[in-house]
Design a binder for this molecule. Structure first.
Ligand SMILES: [Mg+2]
Length: 268
């Protein structure tokens, strides 16, 4: 007897990635506006979920609006915000050395953290720092080598932009590992910490929630591990060939783009 397979018709809520799924840099991916409008029209709870911790929810809202996608900050979860929430809830670390952009710094300060730029730190938190300097990388390595608790907002090696793939937090994790031998506790996709936060926002269980994204190692790995319905799109970091070659990570549905997914939902 074969197990009843889930289909798109079983899905009650959507979590959607942004970079490579709805846009690449400032270029909207065709169908993205219609996809979000359809989710609203049909009354599906949904969440914009990004591992990119270089900006805050308000910047993503503004970017989405600029591109013609209506969004509210409460509908957006970044790995940076999820990491701040996690540390507040699960740890007593409040004086942190943060490797991150000014926006991420603001996010943590507003959440109640003190920036330990010098002296002792309760923990090291690594984010997608587009302003990274040698001095900060050095201090992170020294603290990590000294056994400071060590966290990272997300594990992506690369971020897709209109210039091509650029180094992301995973690349910094590797640099620090090569010096200290340590790896951080990661909060963002594909980790269960961010899944919990995302499901709490959409108000549904993993089994009836879809994860729409362009990456196998974050979006689809998270879907597979957490029991979300994985929908892989080919408008970002993964090609059809990559997906076909990978026998470990298995999306539930392949769509050339969110435009195709929109058609599939309309046809339900
Ligand atoms: Mg993406």
């Amino acid at each position: 007897m074969t197990e009843q397979k889930r289909t798109l018709a079983d899905i009650k809520a959507f979590i959607t990635d942004m970079d490579g799924t709805l846009y690449v840099s400032d270029r909207l991916i065709p169908g993205a506006v219609e996809f979000i409008s359809l989710l609203r029209e049909r009354g599906y709870p949904f969440l914009f979920l990004t591992n990119n911790s270089s900006a805050r929810a308000v910047s993503y809202r503004d970017r989405l609006r600029r591109l013609g996608i209506e969004a509210e900050t409460g509908e957006i979860l970044t790995s940076g915000a999820a990491t701040a929430m996690y540390l507040l809830k699960e740890t007593s670390h409040r004086r942190i050395f943060l490797v991150g952009t000014p926006a991420l710094r603001e996010e943590f300060i507003e959440a109640g953290f003190v920036m330990a730029d010098q002296g002792a730190a309760d923990a090291v938190v690594l984010g997608f720092d587009k302003t990274l300097t040698y001095e900060r990388l050095k201090r992170a390595c020294l603290l990590v080598n000294d056994d400071a608790p060590y966290y990272a907002t997300h594990p992506d090696f690369t971020c897709i932009t209109d210039e091509g793939l650029i180094p992301d937090t995973g690349a910094f994790i590797e640099a620090i590992k090569s010096v200290t031998g340590r790896v951080p506790h990661v909060i963002g996709k594909p980790q269960s910490e961010i899944v919990k936060a995302a499901l709490a926002k959409v108000g549904h269980k993993a089994e009836v929630t879809a994860m729409v994204g362009d990456q196998l190692d974050t979006d689809m790995t998270m879907a597979n591990r957490s029991g979300l319905y994985g929908i892989l799109v080919f408008t970002g970091e993964t090609s059809k060939r990559d997906a076909a070659k990978n026998r470990i990570i298995t999306p539930d549905l392949l769509c050339s783009s969110v435009a195709r997914l929109t058609e599939r939902i309309r046809a339900l």
